[in-house]
Write a protein that binds this ligand. Structure first.
Ligand code: SF4
Ligand code: SF4
Length: 429
């Protein structure tokens, strides 16, 4: 590939790194994406689909779509199964030596190194190492993906499964007194999926606090509230039968001041997120230090003039938020390098009357092709823009930066792919 200038180095090929790469695809840049694994997608690519009768909007399938697109990106060089051997600032930029032997001098570095799951061997009282009936969320995910849950549960007609939340999070003794943000969502989606597959499963979820931000997950909790047992508090003790590996959980009932022992066929440890291995060491090469938990939290994407941080390298977050942060960082790199925005990005303006016309003209004046839905058909728009005054929107979907609007115009069904949608209703009189 012809070497262009300047170069951008992206560390990490998960959704955040791929989203950053994608947002640079129309630029005259040489984008280098370095990923330790042999394929793109990060942990999201390993995630099983959480859909039951409907999609749960977990974002996992987004990673496959992004990986296909990034692999074909013309201005991108992919360095799979590769690590950073050395990294230093020079007068020309950040010089990175890859384990493949290649040297890249980058104007900007985007750190999208993801996270490591908490290692449950740090809490031996949970018996993860010794009992095959105690597994982590990631292991449950693999079982669901490979349809292996029934095999593990055996012929039990009404299996009893316990979820223990906040394993390795909200724990001051471990130096991890932060919330991992996503594990409540994941456990609730897992519980819903298991009940969908094995309706007679009896599920108990032990929690400290439930992080249920978002309409979809609140609905999931509402749907599950009469189907699973929610117990506030973590078990006081977990006992394992060394012969049968059966697990007994002892909880304290604060009202009756009594101890209750319950047996389970499977215990799922909802492990939290920790900084990615090697993240701190890599960042130290560029003389940046993390917060007390090992993450690089910044208000916006830029940590320094030449270093941007996105996704779980900043702190725990879900797939869709990581993708959004990657895209924002890419856009910031474009701005900081003083490059022109993507001239091909279409913007849809929805609304009737003069307000929609004014908004459409203002956006068009910034150089973007505008598609108006409902605005006055006489609105003067530059070439490349289109007025769809009579079109009827059927549905729309997508995420920040990549929307699809399905519409019908003069009896014909069409799709518009656009980077932004602006709703421009008439102000109230
Ligand atoms: S977003 Fe999640 S639940 Fe929906 S289809 Fe994709 S993987 Fe399945
Ligand atoms: S998301 Fe839920 S399980 Fe995870 S740390 Fe926060 S409160 Fe605990």
């Amino acid at each position: 590939m012809k070497e262009r200038s300047p170069s951008i180095l992206i560390l990490g090929g998960g959704v955040a790194g791929m989203a950053a790469a994608r947002s640079l695809k129309h630029q005259d840049l040489s984008v280098h994406l370095v990923e330790e694994q042999e394929q793109l997608g990060g942990k999201a690519a390993l995630w099983s689909c959480m859909a039951t009768d409907t999609c749960k909007n977990c974002g996992a399938c987004l990673s496959q779509e992004m990986a296909r697109e990034v692999a074909e990106q013309a201005n991108l060089s992919l360095h799979l199964k590769t690590k950073i051997a050395a990294l230093k600032r020079t007068d020309q930029g950040v010089e990175a030596l890859l384990t493949s032997g290649k040297t890249i001098v980058a104007a900007k570095v985007i750190m999208a190194t993801g996270f490591s799951a908490f290692d449950p061997t740090e809490l031996p009282s949970l018996h993860w190492e010794t009992s095959p009936k105690v597994i982590t969320t990631a292991e449950l995910n693999s079982l669901l993906k490979e349809e292996g849950l029934n095999t593990l549960l055996g012929k039990t007609p009404t299996p009893r499964i316990a979820f223990i939340q906040c394993v390795g999070s909200r724990n001051r003794e471990l130096g991890k007194d932060y919330c991992s943000q996503v594990c409540c969502k994941i456990s609730l989606r897992h519980a819903q999926k298991i009940r969908h597959l094995i309706p007679d499963t009896r599920i108990t979820l032990f929690y400290m606090d439930l992080q249920i931000i978002g309409k979809e997950i609140r609905q999931t909790l509402k749907d599950l509230s009469k189907k699973i047992n929610l117990v506030q508090g973590v078990p006081a003790e977990i006992l394992e039968d060394p012969d049968t590996h059966g697990v007994t959980m002892v909880t304290e009932d604060r009202t009756t001041q009594s101890r209750i022992a319950q047996q389970f066929d499977l215990v799922v440890l909802s492990v939290g997120m920790a900084p990615a291995l090697g993240l701190i060491e890599t960042a130290a090469l560029l003389e940046v230090v993390p917060n007390g938990w090992g993450f690089f939290n910044t208000k916006d994407a830029a940590l320094t003039d030449d270093l941007y941080v996105v996704g779980c390298a900043k702190g725990p977050k879900d797939i869709l938020t990581s993708a959004q942060e990657g895209k924002i960082a890419g856009t910031k790199v474009i701005e900081d390098l003083g490059l022109a925005k993507n001239p091909d990005m279409k913007v849809a303006v929805l609304g009737h009357g003069p307000q929609a016309s004014r908004v459409a003209q203002a956006v068009a004046a910034s150089g973007y092709p505008v598609y108006t839905f409902g605005a006055d058909p006489d609105t003067i728009l530059p070439r490349g823009s289109r007025s769809l005054a009579q079109a009827r929107i059927l549905t729309l979907d997508g995420t920040a930066g990549e929307f699809s609007i399905y519409y019908e115009d003069q009896g014909k069904k069409e799709t518009l792919s656009c980077g932004a949608i602006i709703a421009a209703p008439e102000p109230c009189p």
